[in-house]
Design a protein. Structure first.
Length: 346
């Protein structure tokens, strides 16, 4: 396909037919020209901005548009999922002035178009990455899938089986984070996790698993209504590796340090060698009785689908809990000291 000729025609037609805020290349790939609208949409949709500064008669620009619009290439899905696309006409002084702050010195005198920049809308005075000139599909993919999640502060695993294997071997919980590297919420959450005391709790008690695949949000492990998965990323789950079908706790979107600490702190693993045999769980009628040699533990009770039912701070070695208002079915009991049990409420 002659990307240069065909997309030059589309671009010139689009510029003449569309409004000055919308640059319509195809029905399902939309480029915006208005800077304020671009930043507003990026913040509303929790996305980064992909800026292309070029001209309709630029062959390299048209090839880039062609690659992004091609159903047979991976860039189209990445662009639609992760970015608000911003086109700036390089020869328009006003448009060019809006974009020059994102262009590093070596690129300001670039003779090869297009100029490509990735921008975080919450940090609007600089770029995250930038380049110029012709780029292959692989080079564009590397640019658009820039690694924004991982860092040297915490160890993240991308392989699910490895994460759960390590969690079982090291007797730790799994901290499961699903999101996009170009999501502002994900970025802010990752930054939060670097701060104390979260970092210490995670390093001591959790194996961290990251996935960008939203299909990993399995409904049976999600605590809450099924429509909750439409909420904004990231999605976070606390999972016992011995019971991977149940999320002990979950949330979505950006959360502050205090909320995260409250979420993960009850599941810290005790150095004490406690097992179910040492904790007697008796259930009769609507009365749940727990007895062991622990006089300070957090007890959390969940449905089999992971919905939180109740929290009890057990201050003594014996506690009796009224379950009259608990839902019927299988209920899972988790202790902050590392043991768990299941009961069936008729």
């Amino acid at each position: 396909m002659n990307y240069s000729k065909s997309f030059a025609t589309i671009i010139i037609t689009a510029l003449s037919l569309c409004s000055n805020t919308l640059f319509c290349i195809a029905d399902d790939v939309v480029w915006y020209q208005d800077k304020e609208e671009v930043f507003r949409l990026a913040k509303e949709q929790d996305k980064y901005i992909f800026l292309l500064s070029g001209r309709p008669t630029c062959g390299n620009c048209n090839r880039t548009f062609g690659y992004i619009n091609n159903d047979d290439e991976p860039l189209k899905q990445i662009a639609n999922d992760d970015y608000i696309l911003w086109y700036s006409f390089y020869d328009n002084p006003a448009r060019k002035a809006e974009t020059m702050i994102y262009i590093a010195e070596p690129l300001k005198t670039a003779t090869a178009l297009p100029i490509l920049c990735i921008i975080n809308p919450d940090d609007p005075d600089k770029n995250v990455a930038a380049t110029s000139g012709y780029k292959t599909v692989d080079a564009l993919k590397n640019l658009m899938t820039i690694d924004l999640i991982f860092n040297k502060g915490l160890t993240w695993y991308e392989d699910k089986e490895e994460a759960f294997r390590l969690a079982k071997e090291e007797k730790k919980y799994v901290f499961k984070l699903i999101g996009r590297g170009t999501s502002n919420n994900c970025q802010k959450m990752i930054q939060q996790l670097q701060n104390e005391p979260l970092k210490n709790i995670l390093e001591k008690n959790y194996i961290l698993w990251y996935s960008s695949d939203v299909s990993e949000i399995e409904l049976e492990t999600y605590s809450g209504d099924s429509e909750d998965i439409t909420k904004v990323p990231p999605y976070i789950f606390v999972v016992d590796p011995s019971e991977p079908e149940i999320s002990l706790a979950s949330t979505w979107g950006y959360q502050d340090i205090e909320t995260l600490e409250e979420m993960i702190k009850p599941y810290t693993v005790s150095n004490e060698n406690i097992n179910l045999q040492e904790s007697k769980v008796c259930f009769s009628g609507n009365t749940l009785h727990i007895s062991n040699n622990i006089d300070n533990e957090q007890i959390n009770i969940y449905t089999i689908t992971g919905q939180h039912v109740s929290s009890i701070h057990k201050k003594e070695q014996d506690v009796t809990i009224d379950t009259f208002y608990f839902p019927k079915g299988v209920l899972v009991i988790h202790s902050s000291k590392g043991w768990s049990a299941k009961i069936i409420k008729q």
